[in-house]
Design a protein around this ligand. Structure first.
Ligand code: NAP
Length: 274
């Protein structure tokens, strides 16, 4: 019988997850389909209980449901500490929640820079994605600084990590970047339709900085263009993180090795069509 997977969120119509997972199912010859379901925050509990009753095999959870969904699943320890889930597996009968966003970003960074331990990492943002990323980097032994527009949120997030500092944006950012090995944009700044926006310009960067923008629409954000202009050698867009978090969900649900290249190709093709 065909297995059903999907993503719940609002808005969800433009999610790239259906394209990515359906390409993977096709590549592996699996009898499965992945759909997008628009669900409001008020209905998230009903949606999860309903999905279980209907025999849905697995769900991704996206904005604005990641935190609230945690209350309706049996969440793994890491997801509980992050305070949000993006994946639900129904295979054991009970909905089990995971957070694969952090796993995706860590895999990207390890591929780009190798060892993360003792690296100075500056994360712009203190929202859901910044939380998941910083948690995994902290566990790896990186020295993390959280820089956020709302400084109190940066302070709160840093206080939950072992080896972290915090700052606001603006002037103090320049000194922080100078002392950093890796810069990650985990804010929505630069995302379509505000494609000309960036929190960091070329004159603030040095060539040995690794610049990673988790925003994937557009694939080459203004921040990444500025990094190129500054002669930065290692530049990473947000597509790989999207693919790796999706691949981690895929493996949790199906226990199969995800066809990463097929998934990435499908996402990049969809973004190029936009
Ligand atoms: P979120 O929880 O809403 O957090 C948004 C963050 O952006 C906050 O830190 C917010 O600062 C900051 N921000 C928003 N507008 C700003 C502005 N004009 N100037 C300065 N800071 C601003 O969102 P999220 O879930 O963390 O997602 C953030 C971005 O990451 C989104 O673009 C999302 O698409 C992307 N993302 C990508 C992946 C991937 O796999 N590549 C995964 C997850 C998310 P305040 O605290 O001051 O409001």
């Amino acid at each position: 019988m065909e297995k059903i997977y999907g993503i719940i969120g609002d808005p969800v119509a433009h999610s790239l997850s259906p394209v990515m997972h359906n390409a993977a199912f096709e590549k592996l010859g699996m009898d499965a389909i992945y759909l997008a379901f628009r669900v409001s925050p008020e209905e998230v509990g009903d949606a999860i209980r309903g999905a279980k009753s209907l025999g849905i095999s697995g769900l991704n959870v996206t904005i604005p449901l990641k935190e609230k969904a945690l209350f309706f699943v049996d969440a793994e320890e890491v997801a509980k500490r992050i305070g949000a889930i993006n994946t639900i597996d129904f295979s054991s009968g009970t909905p089990v929640g995971y957070n694969t966003d952090g796993i995706g970003s860590l895999r990207v960074l390890k591929e780009t820079t190798g060892e993360i331990k003792d690296k100075n990492v500056l994360i712009l943002g203190a929202g859901g994605a910044a939380k998941a990323i910083s948690f995994y980097l902290d566990v790896e032994g990186a020295r993390v600084t959280i820089a956020n527009r709302t400084k109190e949120r940066a302070a709160r997030l840093a206080s939950n990590l072992h080896n972290a500092d915090f700052s606001g944006l603006g002037l103090e950012l320049e000194k922080r970047i100078e002392a950093s090995d890796i810069l990650i944009n985990a804010t929505s700044v630069g995302m379509h339709p505000n494609e000309d926006a960036t929190l960091v310009s070329a004159d603030m960067m040095h060539p040995d900085l690794v610049v990673f923008d988790i925003v994937y629409n557009p694939m080459e954000t203004k921040l990444l263009k500025e990094a190129k202009r500054a002669g930065v050698k290692k530049i990473v867009d947000g597509v790989k993180m999207l693919v790796y978090q999706g691949a981690a969900s895929f493996k949790i649900w199906t226990k199969k090795e995800p066809p990463i290249e097929t998934m990435e190709k499908a996402v990049r093709a969809a973004l190029n069509r936009d």
